[in-house]
Write a protein that binds this ligand. Sequence first.
Ligand code: UDX
Length: 433
Amino acid sequence: MRITMIGAGYVGLVSGVCFADFGHHVTCVDNVEEKVTALKSGIIPIYEPGLEDMVRSNVKAGRLSFTTDLAQAVEDADVVFIAVGTPSRRGDGHADLSYVHSAARDIAHAMKGFTVVVTKSTVPVGTGDEVERIIRTERPEADFAVVSNPEFLREGAAIADFKRPDRIVIGSEDERATEVMREVYRPLYLNSAPLFFCDRRTSELIKYAGNAFLAMKITFINEMADLCEKVGADVQKVAKGIGMDKRIGDKFLHAGPGYGGSCFPKDTMALVKTAQDHESPLRLIETTVSVNDTRKRAMARKVVAACGGSVRDRKIALLGLTFKPNTDDMRDAPSLSIIQALQDHGASIHAYDPEGMEVARTMLKEVSFGESPYQIAEGADAIVLVTEWDAFRALDFRRLKPLMNTPVFVDLRNVYPGEEVTRHGFQYFGVGR
Ligand code: UDX
């Protein structure tokens, strides 16, 4: 199969590289020249474990190439995936589809022979219809079909998620296109990943419904954590106890500082807007969005309380800045709101993150960055663990304590059993325990 991937962002790059690794011929198109030049020489613009090696080996094997020339790449393709960004539109929270629509126009003018156009970007219900309409208007005689095929991979585990997904959702209303999609995914379903076929609108909604449900699950356990603190229960055990019920499941029940990242915040918001537009409001998701928003600043208040009620002129050491481990992504990271709120309370912030500091430096003002947990702990009045990087799972508390001004440890990810930290003379504060 000759596959063209439009957009070499997270989803486009990972999907393109994995398809190439499965033996397809893949061309990734991006309009940012420097990105394409870097990718050609095997330098990838994001931090994702294992991706760089896979890019290099597939480029070397001649199955993967990068270009800015969309027309040429589309002309030769059997399947064209649209994997461009769909950010939140400024002002109203709807998904901004301008990149998707512009890709559709460019594809229309370049395609030759029967071409399957696949929306892989997360797009609101009805976008497939619009892509079809755009292509039909631009090229009335074109032979094509539009398919929806959302991607469910998680950052930091992207390759494993892509190669061994729980399911592959394909929204297709054209038999030829369905056959082409079967061919594209043959290596994966040979890996026993089930293909789930449905109509295009259903497929588009599955992606949003899935993300909204997971966001709601996290928010549920976060609120439960607050209640646990009030009534003297342990949220980790509550999560375990309910998660053993197969109808509930044990995943996505880790209480923490609220969800962030490039998907959940923007997708829940876009779904809420779609539902409101159709006069079918999703009140559970509306509440999820607002509970999650307020949670981040509430975490800062937790730190203030741990410091005895004030952090004015105190030094707070933050471990972890990215929205989750194994990524350098800072989009909607809880750390951003927590830092802002602590600064509003008069604290001075010192931070360390294994991969996120380069991006964080461009986003955060008046934060001083250190090179290790121990460096930022010097003279600190509290350590706050915000992102559960593996590197923070075996801190040397004996070394940390004498460095600090006051030994307070706020563990927003419940990484440590409290007793392990208090044994070293720290005051320990977890979430929901
Ligand atoms: C998510 C979806 O999981 C994925 O299917 C979709 O394609 C894109 O969005 P991602 O944003 O990469 O993936 O990360 P994920 O691991 O889902 O975590 C999202 C956020 O939820 C993070 O901020 C994480 O810390 C938080 N989270 C997750 C919790 O607070 N508790 C949990 O139990 C799980």
